[in-house]
Design a protein around this ligand. Structure first.
Ligand code: PBG
Length: 338
């Protein structure tokens, strides 16, 4: 094939040609502002009763619910890949769910047993547990339902005890995802009173009432049971100043790290929070985001690997210290290969 001739045109007289810094791989690497590392990634994983179980989740291809033995193996692999922490979410036997979320306070519940097993065999990875009642309530809400209302203060009392039993089971980081008012201060006080002053709190400080949580509710089995929605406690997606007020409150009450959730549609919030507080700020790339990217990749509509890595880098660029992502293991494998 004959090469087309280089088009001749008047040469522009430019002192700045930004393309010079993009002319080759080494030149791009030299001026790169943001990097992604396995240490930036937290892997959320689902646990379920049983043994030898690795149940697929239809709306999250490639994500599984693990029985404790399988979860322990998976976490060992995550640690070997350099992931700093995992976050556990239980799928509780429907027969154990009730109005009062009693199973949340059982020191032998699924999450507590998973914590003990993982701590015993993979001591060098951070273990994050979710404080909220939705896996345990018959109605799928994060708090106690009295009439039509999710009652705040009575819920906080339960969350506080839930946090303590998780710390007793070996959790390194307590992550309240419930959005009740005042829970961070109450949990901090209870942990300290029980001698857990070194257990950290990562608060879901700016958590929005989002449609992107759908597949997660499949994973923990609350999709069918959830009555109504969570708009009286999770934030209105229209708001941004309110996120700063929520983060300020959680930091005042003792949060060590704060989180914005969901992730990609809320990068503006990540940036504002990071700039305003200079506290470790995390983003949660939630189940719906995982589902969208994975579905498009499976259809051949996106280069899945590139889109995944780009999405994760975007969180770092927006100012996040790290990302909770269902892609954590896949991404860490790619980072290791590179
Ligand atoms: C509930 C909780 C949710 C998620 C984490 N914790 C869902 C909800 O608020 O209904 C969502 C995570 C995801 O979608 O990946 N405490």
């Amino acid at each position: 094939m004959t090469q087309p001739e280089k088009p001749v045109a008047t040469r522009l007289s430019l002192s700045q040609r930004p393309r010079r810094n993009r002319k080759s791989d080494w030149a791009r690497r030299l001026v790169r502002e943001t990097t992604l590392d396995a240490s930036d990634l937290i892997w959320p994983l689902f646990v379920i009763e049983g043994e030898g179980r690795r149940d697929a989740i239809a709306s999250m291809p490639g994500v599984f619910r693990y029985s404790i033995d399988q979860a322990t193996q998976a976490v060992a692999q995550a640690a070997a890949l350099g992931l700093p922490a995992v976050a556990l979410f239980p799928n509780i036997d429907p027969g154990l769910r009730d109005e009062a979320a009693r199973a949340a306070l059982d020191p032998d519940n699924l999450v507590c047993r998973a914590c003990r097993a993982i701590k015993a065999s993979v001591p060098d990875i951070g273990l994050i547990t979710d404080v909220a009642l939705d896996p345990y309530t018959s109605h799928g809400h994060d708090g106690l339902l009295v009439g039509e209302e999710i009652v705040n203060d009575a819920t906080v009392a339960v969350l506080t005890r839930q946090a303590v039993i998780q710390a007793q089971a070996g959790a390194d980081v307590i992550a309240p995802s419930d959005m009740m008012d005042g829970r961070i201060g109450a949990i901090r006080a209870a942990l300290d009173a029980e001698g857990f002053e070194n257990v950290q709190i990562m608060s879901y400080a700016a958590k929005y009432a989002s449609a992107f949580y759908g597949p997660f509710r499949d994973a923990i089995g609350t999709n069918k049971t959830l009555k109504g929605d969570k708009r009286t406690y999770q934030m209105d997606p229209a708001n941004t100043d309110e996120a700063l007020r929520e983060v300020a409150l959680d930091l005042e009450q003792g949060a060590d790290m704060v989180m914005v959730k969901p992730g990609m549609p809320y990068l503006d919030i990540v940036r504002r929070v990071a700039d305003a507080f200079h506290a470790p700020t995390f983003a949660y790339q939630v189940s719906g985001e995982y589902a969208m990217l994975t579905a498009a990749a499976q259809n051949g509509w996106l280069d899945g690997e590139r889109a995944m890595m780009e999405s994760l880098l975007a969180f770092k660029r927006a100012g996040a210290a790290g990302v909770l992502t269902y892609f954590a293991v896949q991404a860490a494998e790619i980072l290791r290969r590179e």
